[in-house]
Design a protein around this ligand. Structure first.
Ligand SMILES: [Zn+2]
Ligand SMILES: [Zn+2]
Length: 147
């Protein structure tokens, strides 16, 4: 089964998924207020974005006003996080960028970079387990297999 792509999402929606994924990695569901704070936007725009993500079945509303990724949202976010972390690791260890610059540059292209390019970067780096921020990198498609 092909992995879902996030190409049809707006970059703002991508950032929401990535942020919710970051909370999920710590075992947490997220509130509108926490998302607003993390993304530096108003709670009103968070509500609107969550409504769109919910209608696309990427995010699910849980109890107590908390939100979590759906299975589909999780797959999209996991792939994007993989790409982001591989890119920034490559930028730091091969190109010599600072961690902050590498992270900012990676954020611009992590949702649109091709599988072929990312897989080559993963191979060049020998499939690192953690990114420059110390967060886990889960390899899957880049090794020629499933997730
Ligand atoms: Zn980063
Ligand atoms: Zn990989």
């Amino acid at each position: 089964m092909p992995m879902p792509k996030s190409k049809t999402l707006t970059s703002a929606q991508d950032r929401y998924l990535a942020t919710i994924y970051g909370f999920a990695e710590q075992g947490r569901e997220v509130t509108t207020g926490e998302l607003a704070k993390a993304l530096g936007v108003t709670p009103a725009s968070v509500s609107e974005a969550l409504r769109q993500l919910e209608s696309r079945k990427l995010v699910e509303r849980r109890s107590w006003g908390r939100y979590a990724l759906s299975q589909k949202g999780w797959e999209v976010a996991m792939r994007m996080s993989h790409n982001h972390r591989v890119l920034e690791t490559y930028f730091v260890s091969v190109l010599g960028l600072s961690e902050d610059d590498a992270c900012a540059e990676a954020a611009k292209i992590d949702a649109v970079v091709s599988d072929v390019l990312i897989a080559r970067m993963c191979r060049a780096l020998s499939w690192p387990n953690i990114c420059v921020h110390g967060r886990p990198i889960h390899h899957g498609f880049c090794r020629g297999g499933g997730p």
